[in-house]
Write a protein that binds this ligand. Sequence first.
Ligand code: ATP
Length: 359
Amino acid sequence: MVDITVKSLTKKFGDFTALRDLNMTFPAGRVTCLLGPSGCGKTTLMRIIAGLETPTVGEVFFGSQSVNRLSTRQRNIGMVFQYPVVYRGINARRNIELPLTEDRSLSKAERDKRVDEVLDILEMRHAADADIADLDNGTRQKVACAREVARRPQIILFDEPITNVDINSKLQLKRALKEVFMRLKQTIIYVTHDQTEAMTLADQIALMNDGVITQMSSPRELYDKPNDAFAGFFLGNPGMNFYTHIAVTQGKVSCALFPLSIELTGEHARAQAVTLGIRPEYVRILGAQTPLSVRGRITSKSIVTGGQYLVHLRVGDIVAKAKVAPSVGCDLATGSDAWVEFPIERVRVFGQGELQPQV
Ligand code: ATP
């Protein structure tokens, strides 16, 4: 088990730069999810780590060893792809065991122990003796995962393994992978464009945009403390509310979100203007006025996943989205007024020069 470091990594395809000067360590024994929109460079980074693509500039290290000149096979990695890679004509157990037979140091008993361990963690004992052809595609993908996990390579790379699994198997496969990752503590890089998948599985998320890693943090930190507006917007459903070009006067901001002016700290206090962001689920709609609430008008509401309500509000000259519990949302009438609070501790302050969200 080793950590993976990329140094000054750049990848160009002709004139197009897919990865720009990446410097990052992916820690040993942890799950790092590469998350980002389509085309941001996730797969290219994973392919370079796997040795399937050559960097234009820069180096990849496994521990302290540079692997740039090693082939994919020499790198001793496992790979799981979007579509399950399985051997036809043999059962699931044999599929998992087959690569282990290449390791002459393993006895039959040791091979069986490894296979049984992953079959148990993935809850697929019942399918062990079934012919691969008779299994649904979710179980086949479990077999493909089990084979790589049982082999115990230095690193395992997952490229959107859940994306093409049928809808009924997705949740089950995600839960099974979580269990494997927690129990076996292997070094994993997991590519996904699905934020829920990344939030569920990752120890840390490397958020990518336009060929760079914009933030690497735990899921909680990335969600609550996005470094920039891109992270605030990309994560969350819907993403953050943003208020741009908020003037700063003597280190304070006054805007429709707050009944009082709010003092800024650090470099933002010296800025001329800032962007404020708050997640819809932290906006409170209240039955009565509080010292920090302002008056707003409800312009629409709809039920969203989980039974919560997504409420659109107009507060002075700004609009806001709030995500509220069913017990709060069901009593709100479109067109009526309500007291609204934007808790200061939940408001993020961004510099004006940052990437703006694509709303
Ligand atoms: P997706 O989630 O859609 O798979 P991604 O984040 O994995 O996207 P990549 O597949 O790494 O993105 O691609 C990054 C960029 O590099 C894209 O604009 C893609 O078109 C380009 N690209 C990738 N491979 C090649 C190639 N072999 N030749 C030319 N351009 C490429």
